[in-house]
Each structure stands twice: as structure tokens, then as C-alpha cells.
Design a protein around this ligand. Sequence first.
Ligand SMILES: [Zn+2]
Length: 778
Amino acid sequence: MKPTSLKPLLTLILALLFLGAASLPALELSGRKVVIDPGHGGSDPGATGYDGPGKPNEADFNLAVSLKLRTLLQAAGCSVVMTRSTDVAVDLYARRDLVNAESPHAGLCIHCNSFSDPGAHGTETFWCLDYCNGVAAEDQDLATKVQNRLIQFLGRANRGVKRYNFVMCSPTPPSCLAEMLFVSNQAEFNLINSTVGQDNAAAAFFYAVCDRVGVTTPAAPSGLTATAASASQINLSWNDNSGLEHSYKVERATASGGPWTEIATTAANATTYASTGLSGGTTYYYRVRAYNSHLGNSAYSGTASATTQVSGAPSITSQPASRTVDPGSTVTFTVVATGNPTLTYQWRKNAVNLSNGGKYSGATTATLTISNVQQTEVGNYSVVVTNGFGATVSANAALAVNAVIAFYDDFESPAINWTNFVPPATALTVSTAQSVSPTRSAYVNSSLDRMYRNLGVSVDGRLRITAWIYDSTQTRSFVDVRGYTGGGYNQGSLVQLFCAGKYNTVTMPGETYDATKYQGRVVSGANNGWFNLNAPGAPARSAGWHKFVIERRADGTTVDFYVDGILSRTITGTTRSSLDSAAIGSVGTGSEVLGDSWIDDVKVEYFDLPQITTQPASQTVAAGGTATFFVETANTVTAYQWQKNGTNIAGATTSALVLSNVQDSDAGSYGVTVSNGAGPVVSATATLSVAPAIVAQPLSQTNSAGATASFTVTAAGQLPLTYRWQKGGVDLADGGNISGATTPELTLNAVSQADAGSYTVAVSNAVGGVISMPAWLV
Ligand SMILES: [Zn+2]
């Protein structure tokens, strides 16, 4: 129940605060009207109590109960009109006319009885007899409901529902007149003269009104919300739609369909509840209903749920994975993290935050997307995942970009004419990435004595040609590789892969290579540098297919010849800076039987050396601090190795070198070697300087006059460290009773009051200084 009339007022204020958008809640008795007629009053005291004339008398009791009833009704949203609300006399017919004018849902005339015999007692309620102006059955219904509730709440004898011609029984709207009890009876006088008696009488009329208008349960709460407040608490809130509830009952479940457990009973008018003692990361469901001890439970509110928080910083359940891609690719890095929401993400490259724009998108989401990847995007990517409890940094995911495939030809074209120099249709440069997936092989007609094809590749870095030579069981075949000078084929050094042979049948790929059957030799003479396989006199080869890899180093001086990946031969090539080219072709001696040999799937890869775009930076760190060196690079990097004073540091093989708790021994010069297939590049060196730091502060102390006092400091940092003790900020010097003024320990002999004060020590070295906290001598 709502024993206060504040609620409608507060609700109204709230409604106004929300610019009138909110409407008053429809309470149980909203839209209902009751006229309360407290009998007698003023010059008419009504019945005299058993204790004789004088207050309190019937009129006082009638008014007291009526005012309490008004409060109950208004709290439940009912409109209330009083025929009197103070101790005044009101004409009976005026009262009746007021009821008629107001046309209430009920008119309640509240009286007490009396009789000459003080033993007379009990409760009775009257409705109209001869002059009934309304619907008699409604009057009787109201009177019956009032009588029943008075019997229930006051517990006095039931004298019945009766008809009588009281004026106040005759208004048109449903009305009745209740004689609550006999004030001429001592027990009943005492009852109605008590708070509990008056409260019960008011409640009886209140519930009679509820009965009359069909309010059988409290109004259900609405708008239930559940919000996780912590790992163990969910806060509930709802709308209080009832004006008569005695409490709200809160139920909880761990599944949306229950089973439900009642976990709490709140006070009346509650609109919030904190559900505590919960398990973290668990979803709980709630519903609420209003309860009135006389009307029972309301319907349930809707169901609301919330998931309790999970304490701690986010946990990464799936790290971003390193990727190696072709140039021009789109790459995504994804992290999967769990933890208390809301998780936020910040992707980084080499520990530097990224923002969206250019090639980057999703820099603050769980997935980072990088478009058109080139060597400039090579680096270590990580993500910081943050929530209200902290931040977690993912592992690094390395992005590597494959070497540019400058040329790839599977020789599918039947129109190949290798007799003549055929420049490529399109000039191929390292920036023109091409990739062709061969679907079938093609052959070179070896009737041509000397065939080659200029691959048209300019070489600044390292060139690698991979070719597959197919042969059969025939007597001769060879592949020649040479660094070629002159001859008009091309300017500059030529790396040529030649093949000639005579074959009547073709053996498909798959046969195992037998290294013992391949021999190599360098042909002397004008073609110095030619490399012939299966030279005269060598053992006959097996049939099969064979993969050859020819590499030309970036310095242009040598060509390494690999058979099935095994370095077989290094050939000195002709150096011509910055412009090499590669050719592949066939040469025969002219004495072989004509036949076919097969060259297939020629791939020319081009590697750039790593390029250091950000050198490691020199830094000064206080002892105990953390030093971080990092290098940023362009082009693919396959390995990092940090060095200190020129010596490799074990395990320091990423783009960043982190030194924690640095000490004197860490001071030195640091550098890193970055490598890829084209070779190593050494960074500039950076210097780590270790400034002093106080490890143990001097301690304050109390000494008696004449005693010896000493202060000690422990400091760390790059050696040598120098010390200078100070008193009140003024440098001290040895002498008098002071010694050790430039050492870690200051001693004062035979201290006197003059020595009292604050002592500090300045510790410095070549790269910095620090002053201790003051220590007091008292
Ligand atoms: Zn009366």
C-alpha cells in the first residue's frame, strides 16, 4: 500500500522534469473517484463515547478514519472528494448534493454507533430503503463489500447489511453508510481511538473500494531493466505502477525460461534492486512482481537479463597470424579477444599506432585490413585490446612480402621463335609483378642450333631463375649457364640457361633426380663461364625431370648454379653495375640428332635488399628503467639480429630490442643486422647511456647530542658515479664533524642541534644526475 501522498507529487515533478513526455503511471484506482463523507463535525459531535461527552467523539473518529482513507485512495491514483476534511459542521443535504454533483464511483459515509446499553457492539452498514435514487443493487453491493471488509479488518461482531432511510444512503451514485463500531462500548471505543484501529478501518474502506471497482491484484511493474555493475552484481530497475503494493518480489533464473527463484522482497515503492553475489561472465534473468498482503501478487514484469562482467584486462584467445603475401595483396590481421565489454582495439605497426586512411582500415577494430601491400608495409603488427580493467597487447604478427616475381613464363605459346632475339612484349621491371600458374608444358624445338630468349629483366638486387628441364633417356642433353660478355645478344652480363638435346619421347615429371649422374664443367675459351651438364664422358643420365636454380648475386660477380636446390657451381660472371639481364635458351653442338627438349615454368624472381627507414635511436635511461631500440624497414626482412658492441645478442631477433632493468653493464652501442635473401644490411649504431638512479634512499634518523650520525645512499648507473651530500640543499664538504661528503655514506660525528636538518645526496655520472629524497636528522 502507499501510506504516503508524496508519490503522486513526486511522479508529477518527474513528469514535468521530463518535459511532460512521461505520463503519470496508471495506478490501480486511476480514473476512479470516491466521495468520503465523515459523519457529523463541528457543532455536531455525533455519538458520545462510553466515557461521556467531550473529545474524542464520533465526529473525531469519523474524520480521522476518513483522512487516512483519503491518503490510501490518493496513493492508488484515486480522485477523492471530502464532504469535510476538518472539524466543521456540514449540512446533511449539502453532503448528499455534493455526492450527486461529483458522481463518484462510491460514496462512503463513515460513522460510529452508540447505544444506551454499553454492551451493544459490532459493525453494520446501511444502504437505501425507500428513497433510493440510484440502482438499489449497486448500493447494496457497495454496502455489502464495505461491511465484509470492516468485519475482516476490525474483527468485531457482524451486525449485518441493512436498509434504512438515512439521507446519506440516498444519493444517486452508489453509496452506503457504515457504522464502524459502537463508541458507547468501551472495547470498541478503545479500538477506534487507537492508531491501529483507525488504520484498519481506513484499510477496510480502501479495499472495499477496490472490491467495488474490480481491483483484485496490484498493478504489475513494467520496464524492467538489468545492467551488469560488476563481475558479481547486476542492478535492476523497473517502473512502479502500483499505488497499493506492500513490496516487490524479485525472481532470478539462469535460463530465460526458468526455473525461477525468488531472491528478494523489497520495500514498497522500490524501483531498483542490486542482485549481488553473482558469478562472473554469467547471464542472469530477472522478473519482478508487486505484492499486496490483501490482494496478493501482481502479474510479472517482463523478463530482463544481463551478463555479469569478467574482471581483468581482455584476454586474447586468438593472436593475429604472421602473413607472407605477394605484392599488391590485401592482407587482414584479426585478433579474437574476450573480456568484459566494451573491448576497444588499436592496431600498431612496429609498436606505432595506426589510423585509418591510405592502405589501412579497421585500425580500431578487431580486424586490420591493409590493401595493396608493398615492401613499405613490411613490419610487425600488433594490437592493443583494452577494456575498463586494463589493456592487453597481442603478439606480433609479421607481415612479409614475397619477392617481386619479375618474370614468369611457362612457355605455353606455340609461336615462340627463339631463333631470333625476341624482346618481351612488355618491358619487365622489378615493379611489375607477374605470376602465371602453368597448366601444361611446352617444348623447344632443338632443331634450332642456338636459341635463347632474353628475359628482359634489369637486375639491381639478386636474380634467381628457376627452370625445369625435361629430358628422356636420350644420349645427350645439357644445360649451359654462363655469364656472357659481348656477342651482341645483349649488353651487359648475361645469365643464360641453355638447353639442347635430341629427344624422341618425352618423359613426364616425377622421376627422382640422381645427383651422381650430373657433372658440371666450365668451358674454357671465349665462352668462359658456360656451364655444361652431362659433358662428354660423364655418366649417362636417367630419364626424368630436373629443376635448376640459377642465382645471380646482387654484386653481379657470381652466378650460383643449383641442381635441385643444391649449390653445384659458382660461376664468375661479368660485372656490369646496375644492369644485368637474363636469357634462357638452347645451344647445340651441331652434331646431335635433332630432337626436342623441354624447358618449362621459368620463373625469374627479383629480390631487393632490406632498407632501413628508421635507424635505432640513442637514448639515456635511468638505471632500472627500460630501453627500447627498434628499427623500421622497407622490403621484406626475414631475419633480425641485434648486436651489442658488435657482438650478437642471443635471442634478440625481432625488430625491437627491449632491455629492462638496465644497469651499468648495459651501457654500450647497439645495432641490428636485417637480412633477406638478397643479403644483410647493418643499421647505424645507437648508444645506450645509463643515468644514475637511487636504489635505496637515505633514511631519516634521530640522534642524541654527541652521537655519531650517518646517512647512506645506494645508487646504480653507468660508472663512475660521483656523490655530493647536501644539507638544506647546500653542498657539504669534509671537515669539522663531517666526513664522506662525496661518498655513498655521510658521517657526522658528535652531532649537535646545529646539525639538525634535511640531508640529500646528488648522484651523477657522465650522462645524468639524480638527487635523493631528503632524510632528516633530528
Ligand atoms: Zn453518526
